[in-house]
Design a protein around this ligand. Structure first.
Ligand code: GLN
Length: 306
């Protein structure tokens, strides 16, 4: 496959779309991102890397970190995790609280904020001497093979300062007994995971185990079991783009997870992991140009799973 040619074409064709949509502005640290920035990276299961645009500029991965935390939590708890978090699309915004009361404090899935907070709570329960935030950072560094990956402290502080919605979700779930640890401790780790800063190349590299049945094809390390990777990819396909998950599956046809920093990680099982970044978002909080770039990618490569 002529990967580089395809990425160059996508970069050309996406140009008129750059800047359409709105950069996240719920925290000042994110609102400064250039709406027209664009980067894309493909890392194949053979370990080959192809890039277009600004694939080496670090950005805030935000909710894409929910894939990493889900991987850790499934490793700790296996299927027991699903006693405290569901696996259905929510049909609501990523930070919605509305279903929680009716559903006994159990979030619909691990990729909405409430669900991700439960997942992080599980990690806190199982990490021993290390803090939850450090455990997550270590995993991001290991999987991306990059010691450069870091938590952007300014973004983390901003998340905490403007985090009243997430705080509400955490305390509300605590009142139902769904959260096991101190909500403040859980939130601290959650805010740090949102503030992880990675490049497209690092992110695609980090997601490679999801394209290879849980084994990092380059290092040979088993990151997650085959069964867990099936679960994670299924959840990415059905819930990875919030209330536009159906639309993403319809147009792109790959498991994907977005973040309000404008990044998206998509997986082609058996073939590659793809990361795109463009900060201007559509109405559901997913990268507008990033989604279109992935649509072009699945069209041009015929890698749409369906
Ligand atoms: N930090 C954001 C929040 O918790 C992450 C949401 C997202 O990326 N969709 O609200």
């Amino acid at each position: 496959m002529k990967w580089q040619k395809i990425l160059n074409e996508i970069r050309q064709e996406i140009q008129p779309e750059l800047g359409n949509g709105k950069v996240a502005n719920y925290i000042p640290a994110l609102s400064e991102a250039d709406p027209k920035a664009f980067g894309m990276a493909v890392v194949t299961t053979d370990g080959e890397i192809f890039t277009a645009g600004n694939a080496t500029e670090p950005f805030s991965i935000q909710s894409i970190s929910k894939v990493l935390t889900l991987t850790l939590a499934l490793g700790f708890e296996n299927e027991n995790l699903f006693e405290r978090v569901g696996r259905e699309p929510s049909g609501s915004a990523f930070n919605s609280i509305v279903q929680l009361e009716q559903e006994g404090g159990i979030p619909r899935n691990p990729f909405i904020n409430a669900g991700a907070i439960v997942v992080t709570d599980t990690i806190i329960t199982h990490c021993n001497r290390q803090s939850g935030a450090d455990l997550i950072l270590d995993l991001a560094r290991k999987l991306s093979c990059s010691g450069r990956v870091r938590v952007d402290d300014e973004v983390a502080r901003s998340e905490a300062l403007w985090g009243n919605r997430n705080r509400s979700l955490a305390y509300f779930m605590k009142s139902f007994g769904v959260l096991k640890n101190d909500p403040e401790e859980v939130l601290q780790a959650y805010f740090c995971q949102c503030a992880l800063e990675m490049t497209c190349t690092e992110l695609a590299r980090a997601g490679l185990y999801l394209a290879n049945d849980g084994v990092d094809p380059v290092s040979g390390e088993q990151v997650a079991t085959h069964a867990h990777v099936n679960r994670i990819n299924a959840l990415m396909m059905t819930c990875g783009h919030y209330d536009m998950s159906g639309d993403f599956a319809f147009h792109v046809g790959l498991p994907g997870k977005s973040g309000v920093g404008g990044g998206i990680l998509a997986i082609v099982p058996g073939v590659c992991a793809v990361a795109v970044w463009s900060p201007a978002l559509n109405k559901a909080g997913n990268s507008l140009a990033g989604t279109l770039a992935l649509e072009l990618f699945s069209e041009k490569t015929s890698l749409n799973l369906f």
